[in-house]
Design a binder for this molecule. Sequence first.
Ligand SMILES: CC(C)(COP(=O)(O)OP(=O)(O)OC[C@H]1O[C@@H](n2cnc3c(N)ncnc32)[C@H](O)[C@@H]1OP(=O)(O)O)[C@@H](O)C(=O)NCCC(=O)NCCS
Length: 202
Amino acid sequence: MLQVRPYTMRDWPGLFQIQRECFPPPYPEEQLWSSAQFESHIRHFPDGALCAVAGGEPVGSATCLIIQFDPAHPEHTWAEVAGDGFIHTHNPQGDTLYGIDMAVRPAWRRRGVARALYAARFDLVRRLGLKRFLAGGRMPGYHRYAGRLTPEAYAAAVIRGEIDDLVITPQLRAGLRPLQVIHNYLPDEESANCALLLEWRP
Ligand SMILES: CC(C)(COP(=O)(O)OP(=O)(O)OC[C@H]1O[C@@H](n2cnc3c(N)ncnc32)[C@H](O)[C@@H]1OP(=O)(O)O)[C@@H](O)C(=O)NCCC(=O)NCCS
């Protein structure tokens, strides 16, 4: 039985293990959550710090914050929005719930865990009366096509369903709508540092 609930520091060992399993090299190890960042998420916005639990063990986690988003100026980096992962940028007066991370243990993938975490985020958007949920989706499958396709052409092929991407495809299946590719979003070799900005509106 899968349950989604806010995480606490008691979950930290299990959640750090999820990070290690989900972001293996070449993903930079220094980008995995530290206990100080986890503590900061819980302190700034406990409702947005979510984990999925099965059999008493965390099997996935998803962190978000609230920002004020201007659709006329969508360009940004992950570090700017996420306050370098500490979310001191959280703005309770903002209009947009922004997802800065989602990770599901490899052994638990393709069983609806991400879908359940997105559903909890969408509930939060409704509960807080926000305008949208927004996320920059890594596109880790891009490195396999980098010689042949631009990041935009790769994203378009994933959106058309011609290529499956480990991250973008589940986001689209969960109901997010693609907006645009952002370059230099996050140091992420597999995605050529790009992300696809996606939106969900209530
Ligand atoms: C992205 C991730 C969170 C998805 O988690 P998940 O629990 O496996 O996703 P779900 O089982 O909820 O899948 C949701 C939908 O996407 C589909 N899907 C999931 N993984 C897929 C894949 N690799 N290829 C194609 N479709 C996929 C599922 O079939 C499901 O669709 P359906 O319900 O219409 O059949 C997980 O793969 C992960 O942790 N990846 C590594 C970490 C990462 O890069 N996170 C994102 C950036 S912070």
